[in-house]
Design a protein around this ligand. Structure first.
Ligand SMILES: [Zn+2]
Length: 350
């Protein structure tokens, strides 16, 4: 076996008031001058201003991230010539752009998520749009992660439920990765187990999460971190991204072609995971029930998309990327895709 490098965050801080430790973390990472703080329009008020104030002695610059596109990364790089590190304070968009801005300049990245909405917070992958297509790219793995529970537990519940769904979907990702293994693809039992454990923790904590109890949100955040670490360990998103993620990417492309907005990442992969579990011969009802218990969508209607989009996404998913999944092993015809949508109750309202 070839040497395999694993890069993990050096410092992970979870708990109430974690963002007050930003300066301390910068010092530990030898970040001594002008960090660039990236914020979203809403996250500036929620957490960005507090982070900027906390590190004022380092003379930070700040910038508002508008979207997660390649053009936005280039815009920020052209406007910000000199910075010692990047601190991303926000949701998926800000964190993805932050990782890439840091990567292009070879600077350390600090991840400060404001919502537990997906598992990219501690991974080295960034999901960006380039000329309308969503691509997953190698980016800077966070040197530190500050998960402030008092901020995360007050995130809009829809984002929390979406984060749960993203982690629950690891169940089908891991099964797809095992199929890749049969074809000689790199596979790590350890990374696969980390991804699986994350899903189990979220499922067991569903009630507490639904009630926004501190322990529940902490369990979700730790599951998100663990899922992220599973990807860093595998050096790919394989343990947490299988056919259900390909389905989600295909759906976003189709909706964009029709000029329609798309649901949240976790919402899409959750529904994809119900159908892929059925197709894999797994316990799809358990996945559906877990999604229901955290309050995530389980039908096309709840996603707010037409059945035709779901069917077309199922058909296109196998070609989204060069990754062997159940959809390559058992390709679906249009009729079979429709049947899958009906049998799993995803299209219960047609
Ligand atoms: Zn995901």
């Amino acid at each position: 076996m070839d040497p395999h490098t694993i890069e993990l965050p050096r410092i992970i801080i979870t708990g109430k008031g974690a963002i007050q430790k930003t300066l301390e973390v910068c010092k530990k990472l030898n970040i001594t001058r002008n960090p660039l703080v990236l914020v979203g329009e809403n996250t500036r008020k929620i957490a960005g201003d507090k982070v900027i104030e906390n590190i004022s002695s380092l003379s930070p610059n700040d910038e508002t991230v508008r979207n997660s596109s390649e053009e936005e990364v280039k815009r920020i790089l052209s406007e910000q010539e000199d910075f010692g590190a990047v601190i991303g304070v926000g949701g998926g968009v800000v964190i993805d752009v932050g990782k890439m801005v840091a990567f292009r300049r070879g600077k350390p990245f600090i991840s400060v998520p404001t919502a537990p909405s997906h598992d990219g917070v501690a991974s080295e992958r960034a999901s960006l749009t380039n000329k309308g297509m969503k691509v997953s790219l190698r980016a800077e793995p966070p040197a530190a992660l500050l998960a402030d529970i008092s901020i995360l537990m007050n995130a809009p519940y829809r984002l929390i439920a979406s984060g749960c769904a993203d982690i629950i979907s690891n169940i089908t990702s891991v099964e797809d990765w095992k199929l890749g293994k049969e074809y000689g693809e790199y596979y790590s039992e350890y990374a696969a187990n980390l991804a699986r454990i994350s899903a189990d923790i979220v499922i067991r904590s569903a009630d507490m999460i639904r009630k926004r109890e501190e322990r529940g949100i902490r369990n979700l955040v730790e599951a998100i971190v663990t899922s992220s670490i599973s990807m860093s360990t595998a050096r790919s998103s394989r343990p947490a991204s299988g056919a259900e993620h390909a389905f989600s990417h295909a759906m976003e492309t189709i909706l964009a072609e029709r000029g329609l907005p798309h649901p949240l990442h976790g919402e899409q992969v959750g529904v994809g995971s119900i159908m892929m579990a059925y197709h894999q011969g797994g316990d799809w009802k358990a996945i559906r029930d877990s999604l229901k218990s955290v309050g995530a969508p389980t039908t096309a209607k709840e996603l707010g998309v037409d059945i035709s989009v779901i069917v077309e996404a199922l058909l296109r998913a196998k070609d989204v990327r060069d990754r062997y999944t159940i959809l390559n092993k058992k390709p679906l015809s249009k009729d079979e895709a429709r049947e899958l949508v009906l049998k799993t109750g995803v299209g219960e309202d047609i």
